[in-house]
Design a protein around this ligand. Structure first.
Ligand SMILES: Nc1ncnc2c1ncn2[C@@H]1O[C@H](COP(=O)(O)OP(=O)(O)OP(=O)(O)O)[C@@H](O)[C@H]1O
Length: 256
């Protein structure tokens, strides 16, 4: 097998579309004096199996980038492609279907439905996607078991601690065949051991072929990623590869 000297990728490897691609994405909130340029032309490409960490100061645009990558919001200009398909021309119904099937979200406010139990919160999207109720319930219980929450399957969100709610949200993001995992401060209210477990789960999903993007302030978590993208004032300003290693990430000149 021949390889290029540049990057050691086999020259005869079949190129596949990135799982996620952002092309010159901008996002402007408001207008006139209240206008905020949350993203000012971001390019990002994430391949299957890859985990990318987005770092940057508060208000730099990390959450905006994730919500646009996950098609929860539309960019002002530019395009987002998921598995090579542009979201720009998609109908709202097709976007919703694509989200249910392909994208797992672990966001700061968890977004659990208060009237459903932990297990039902996880099984509902699977059922909406056509899985039989019994199979969906089995998958939900397995996912909860994997996160040490088997005994809380029948609890409602307001009966769970913040950390437990977060683990339910993570279980929901990981069930099914999700190809793109988006996590905003995924270990926000977890202790460091539980935070590590979450990262381990995300990594093993990547090993199975998912692509993951996580926004975090925590250099210890970012050290789990293959690549770190720094965002400042809506612009991706720097990248550090895995060769930099956790040590250099902790001392990296993160823009403030
Ligand atoms: N819905 C909105 N309407 C108006 N402005 C918004 C909205 N969402 C975000 N912004 C603004 O866009 C900018 C980027 O916000 P964003 O939440 O993406 O930053 P962030 O890097 O995720 O911050 P943090 O680390 O504090 O979560 C900020 O100036 C924010 O105030």
């Amino acid at each position: 097998m021949t390889t290029t000297s540049m990057d050691a990728v086999p020259a005869d490897a079949v190129p596949t579309a990135p799982v996620l691609e952002l092309r010159a994405v901008t996002k402007v909130y408001g207008s006139g004096p209240t206008e905020v340029h949350a993203l000012a032309g971001v390019d990002l490409s994430v391949r299957a199996g890859e985990m990318v960490a987005i770092m940057g100061p508060s208000g730099s645009g990390k959450s905006t980038l994730l919500t646009i990558a996950g098609s929860l919001e539309q960019p002002t200009s530019g395009d987002v492609l998921v598995e090579g398909t542009s979201l720009a021309g998609m109908s709202a119904a097709d976007r919703a279907r694509m989200r249910r099937r392909h994208i797992g979200y672990v966001f700061q406010d968890f977004n659990l439905l208060p009237g459903l139990t932990a297990a039902e919160n996880i099984s509902l999207p699977l059922e909406l996607d056509g899985l039989k109720a019994r199979k969906a319930a089995e998958s939900a219980r397995r996912a909860l078991d994997g996160l040490g929450l088997a005994d809380r399957a029948d609890s409602f969100p307001d009966e769970l601690s913040g950390g437990q709610r977060q683990r339910v949200a993570i279980a929901r993001a990981l069930v099914g065949q999700r190809r793109l995992l988006l996590a905003d401060e995924p270990s926000g209210s977890l202790d460091s051991q539980a935070g590590e477990n979450v990262m381990r789960l995300l990594r093993s999903a990547c090993k199975e072929g998912a692509a993951a993007v996580l926004a975090t302030h925590d250099a210890q978590l970012a050290a789990w990623a293959d690549r770190v993208v720094f965002v400042r004032d809506g612009v991706a300003v720097d990248q550090a590869g895995p060769a930099a290693g956790p040590e250099s990430l902790l001392t990296a000149d993160v823009p403030r």
